[in-house]
Design a protein around this ligand. Structure first.
Ligand code: PRP
Length: 178
């Protein structure tokens, strides 16, 4: 285990079973439909890659990269689009795939931004949800786990761009980010 990690919260096996159950729900809900699965870079890359391999309905994969303006400590809720979708979503069913839903600022803005393109529907899928941190009225349609307000990294999630490559999700030692 990485020495900066206090404890493992979700092992590779546990993450795989979370992906199994989310994919099963999506597969059931979208039978006979054609869905655009949107990966929100960079945090959701691992989850996305594992999820889409379990999806058995027709789908298109596309990618977005966004960032908040200013420092996290003084989040204005305004979002900067660094990379937009490359495919049209007009008339299509869209699922936004996120690693974590925290304040909701990102998805509140992005959902509204994408709705202006007239998709048939937009749903939100998140591996982790921290509802205790919510500032915007955003509720995910598919959730892996509801978690406490812990500083977690790994499996795509970072601290200062590090730890994304860890195959598990762990709690970061407080002395690292204090
Ligand atoms: C994380 C995460 C979500 C967002 C959630 O992304 O992937 O996009 O924060 O936070 P919110 O609900 O408070 O808006 P981050 O900006 O850290 O970028 P990353 O995906 O590149 O790690």
């Amino acid at each position: 285990m990485d020495q900066d990690i206090e404890r493992v919260l979700y092992s590779e096996q546990e993450l795989a079973s979370l992906c199994d159950s989310i994919a099963q729900s999506i597969n059931n809900d979208y039978i006979g439909r054609d869905v655009v699965l949107v990966c929100m870079l960079k945090g959701s890359i691992m989850f996305y890659a594992d999820l889409v391999r379990r999806i058995n309905v027709r789908c298109i994969l596309d990618f977005m990269a966004v960032s908040s303006y200013g420092s996290a400590a003084v989040s204005s809720g305004k979002i900067n689009i660094k990379k937009d979708l490359s495919e049209s979503i007009k008339g299509r069913d869209v699922i936004i795939v996120e690693d974590i839903l925290d304040t909701g600022n990102t998805l509140y803005y992005i959902k509204d931004y994408l709705e202006k393109r007239d998709p048939a529907s937009i749903r939100i899928c998140t591996l982790f949800d921290k509802p205790s941190r919510r500032k915007k009225p955003i509720t995910p349609d598919y959730t892996g786990e509801v978690i406490d307000d812990l500083f977690i990294v790994g499996y795509g999630l970072d601290y200062d761009e590090r730890y994304r490559n860890l195959p598990y999700v762990g709690v970061l030692r407080p002395e690292i980010y204090r």
